[in-house]
Design a protein around this ligand. Structure first.
Ligand SMILES: Cc1ncc(COP(=O)(O)O)c(C=O)c1O
Length: 394
């Protein structure tokens, strides 16, 4: 008999009932060190006092009004995002998937309003993940996600990750946009290097197509800049955000330049919940913390520390791990052992990590992780790797 929750997830037999900072408490009392942060969501850890305060204060004032009315918290958050990014304007969503929907619509509407309605094609890259809606799966294009869900939204092409020659060759008169994650998350923590990202921007400029960056996973200070593309010194035309921006409250956004957004006039898009007072109250509290130079400096310092210790771990367990890759506190351990064995051994050591494609284990800790917690993470990863190594040598 089918379960009362649609059985689309493979859940671990773990039930977390309380969280505090980088720690999540299982119903049986075990205390897990959380290097998953709800898949890069809890950027400030669990139960951060500023977020709890923002949420409860707003809950006591007003929860929801709809976008038929003025929402001061939404206006404040839009102003902050505009002040701290390339963007001139922001639309709020509830998830990364919805941000993808709007990014695709915005790009197509742009060309339609510019009198070039044939420019509907969007070029993406293999290994991408942009969400599970029809546009999201068409944009990513992987067999696993699209099989059985056709007919797909037309107009998407996919190129090998980082193949810039293929990109130049693939752009035609019907190309409207290029979409990519500066650091692929689900694809196995695969960063595009800064020079390549710069080159992609230049190719888009030369060809006159829009660049959509998906920063749903790598954005909001995760890589040590507020947005990952800042490392390459480039700017997108349209950017998708979600996950970290709500710190655990469902919130997403599409940021755009005035030009890229020019087709999106009153009535062309909308959302009942998007940018509601509760979500934006939390989003404002997140932004107030993650945009300070001290916060970003600290993320970069800790990222260096964690990476250095992970390199040591890889050297110590060459039969378990191959290498570390990633950016900031978005790191992937490419496994030589079966990824599932490493994940399970980490659970057995009361440590949460997240699997990704390419036999990679993702480490996406709260950005507030302390130096002691980094040490503790390495102790637990060492314990897990020792167990996997011993089992392999059996
Ligand atoms: C890069 C990227 N884009 C889009 C999404 C979809 O976001 P959501 O699950 O909030 O709809 C994800 C989710 O993992 C993601 O990592």
């Amino acid at each position: 008999m089918i379960s009362s929750v649609l059985p689309t997830y493979n859940r671990a037999p773990l039930t977390f009932v309380k969280g505090e900072g980088c720690w999540a408490y299982e119903a049986d009392g075990r205390r897990f060190l959380d290097l998953g942060a709800g898949i890069a969501v809890n950027v400030l850890g669990h139960a951060h006092p500023a977020l709890v305060d923002a949420l409860t204060s707003q809950a006591n004032a007003i929860w929801h009004v709809s976008n038929l009315y003025q929402i001061p918290e939404q206006q404040d958050l839009a102003d902050k995002l505009v002040a701290h990014s390339f963007a001139d304007t922001v639309f709020f969503t509830n998830s990364g998937t919805e941000s993808c929907e709007l990014a695709v619509k915005m790009a197509r509407k742009y060309w339609y309003e510019k009198g070039q309605p044939e420019k509907t094609d969007i070029i993406g890259f293999e290994g991408a993940f942009h969400g599970r809606s029809s546009a999201g799966i068409a944009a990513a294009g992987s067999e696993k996600m699209v099989k059985g869900f056709g007919p797909l939204l037309p107009g998407f092409k996919h190129l090998p990750w980082g193949d810039l020659d293929a990109l130049k060759a693939a752009i035609t008169d019907t190309t409207g946009a290029v979409i990519l994650e500066p650091v692929q998350g689900e694809g196995g923590i695969r960063p595009m290097d800064d020079a390549d990202l710069k080159a992609v921007r230049a190719i888009c400029d030369d060809a006159g197509v829009l660049l959509i960056l998906d920063e749903v996973q790598c954005g909001v200070a995760r890589t040590g800049k507020l947005f990952a593309h800042e490392w390459a010194g480039i700017q997108p035309d349209i950017m998708m955000v979600a996950k970290g921006i709500g710190g655990g409250f469902p919130l997403g956004a599409v940021l755009a330049t005035e030009d890229a957004a020019s087709g999106m006039v009153a009535g062309s898009h909308g959302s009942t919940y998007g940018g509601n007072p509760l979500a934006c109250a939390v989003g404002n509290a997140v932004m107030d913390i993650v945009t300070t130079p001290e916060f970003l400096d600290d993320v970069n310092r800790k990222a260096g520390l964690l990476r250095q210790k992970l390199e040591g771990l890889v050297a110590e367990f060459p039969d378990v791990f191959e290498f570390v890759r990633g950016s900031g506190l978005m790191l992937g351990l490419k496994c030589k052992a079966a990824q599932g064995d490493v994940l399970q051994a980490a659970y057995d050591a009361d440590l949460i990590t997240i699997p990704a494609a390419d036999n990679v284990i993702r480490l996406l800790p709260p950005l507030t992780i302390s130096d002691d917690e980094i040490d503790e993470a390495i102790t637990r990863l060492t314990k897990a790797a020792t167990a996997v190594d011993a089992a392999q040598k059996g």
